[in-house]
Design a protein around this ligand. Structure first.
Ligand SMILES: [Zn+2]
Length: 97
């Protein structure tokens, strides 16, 4: 299924349920390091930053970067230098506030 059609269906269904969908520019989302912001080329499914050494699945990196481009999701990745810090930040923001 073409990407634009999927985007249209998701927008339509989310509006039907009362949500206001936001369109995010996906350019370089699988090539941008979520830790340092530098661009590195993924090797297969693995993204490894040639600047800081961060390594993860490229789809995870893309999803992470897309979330960072949404205003409501920005506080989480900024504090996510390590998994335990990310989880603590999620607990602080989502559970305690
Ligand atoms: Zn990096």
């Amino acid at each position: 299924m073409p990407f634009r059609r999927i985007q249209l269906y998701i927008s339509y269904k989310s509006m039907e349920l009362g949500f206001n969908p936001e369109i995010v520019d996906a350019k370089n989302t699988s090539r941008t390091c979520p830790m340092c912001g530098e661009i590195s080329k993924p090797n297969g499914h693995v993204f490894k930053c040639k600047w800081c050494g961060f390594q993860a699945d490229r789809h995870f990196v893309a999803a992470w970067n897309i979330a960072m481009r949404l205003l409501m999701c920005r506080p989480l990745p900024l504090a996510a230098k390590a998994t335990h810090e990310a989880l603590a930040e999620v607990e602080r923001i989502v559970i305690k506030s």
